[in-house]
Design a protein around this ligand. Sequence first.
Ligand code: PMP
Length: 427
Amino acid sequence: MERDLQHLWHPCTQMKDHEQLPLIPIQRAKGVWLYDFDGRRYLDAVSSWWVNLFGHANPRIADAISRQTRELEHVLLAGFSHQPAIELAERLAAITPDGLEKIFYADNGSSAVEVALKMSYHAHRNQKEERALFLSLSNSYHGETLGALSVGDVALYKETYRPLLIRNIQTPVPRDRSPEATAEALAALESILEEHGPEIAAMIVEPLVQGAGGMHMYAPEYLRNAQTLTRRYGIHLIADEIMTGFGRTGTMFACEQAGISPDFICLSKGLTGGFLPLSAVVTTEEIYRAFYGDYTEYKAFLHSHSYTGNPLACAAALATLEIFETENVLAVNREKAERMADNLHRFTALDNVKSVRQTGMIAAVEMIDYPATDRKGLEVYRHGLEHEVLLRPLGNVIYFMPPYIIENEEIDMMMNVAYEGIEGIRN
Ligand code: PMP
């Protein structure tokens, strides 16, 4: 720990906190469990920032990566190609909603969002339309590079950098899943479109569940209608499925529940089962065609990352998709989601719980509005660690997003520990 603090600057952390709060070096992990050097273990209730699907050190994914390391570890993807990138592109085109055919790789979620934003703007530009404005939902999160931060709306991450950001406006996210909330938010969207419609390149959304915004959930009807409305103005729809993709919400992609085919889907996190960084932007033939033509200086999409389409990451993704194909994952998840629901009900009896909600394998408990500076979530986090569960609250929201291989008893244990942690908060 001392050596760590000597040189490492940790993400999303006030480093001074570590004067009080010990860091936890992890030695190894297996399934849902992380093991430290002192023989303690922690159930990874947040799938290590929502990336892990089939357990840590999953042997099928590990073997696929290992095999790939001995064949081809990396090659640039401009002018060259390789089997894992091609196969994965074919599979992604096959499993994403109809009409999404072309795959552009990047290497993390924020970069995928940057790619989608730039592609949307550029596609309009290639069609002689200047649209330098983006539209997103209030309370949204799309990553922390400057473009992604611009379309997000979590003040904690965004406020400091406001002078550096690209142009974006926000329309209210439905406040809950009720038809009234959906209708109100759609009316607000309609009036924003009347005012700004022709200036907007794309609307970007986290479909059904806003993650970093506190696991806020809204109805699929909103998405369906938002797509109809935005299409009237020639606005692209970008579905940021970086968190919701790959079965997390109960369907392979959250968009399926709304029956929509967006113009872009951004994928990352679970794409490699949580093993390696990789992301993909999946888009339509129409967008692709907007860039296709003889070489002129500004028409092609001249965006690249050194590790674009890395073969090891693609091999991990292929092994992950194979598990989906062979193990009936979505059906098994439905049973596990039910077990989570059974456990979730009783939280509503606690005085300091405001509401509970769930979509598929994401369950959340929102505590009452404790002031941010009280850091009550941190108390629950500490309680979790003392009782073998890694919970990482988002402000006053304690949530559960475990790897899909979690057992029923582990679900009960994870949620029991959180219950006791919330119950034990000193007001
Ligand atoms: N979009 C969403 C919906 C996310 O949840 C995240 C990560 N939490 C990102 C984008 C950014 O991904 P990354 O952290 O890989 O840059």
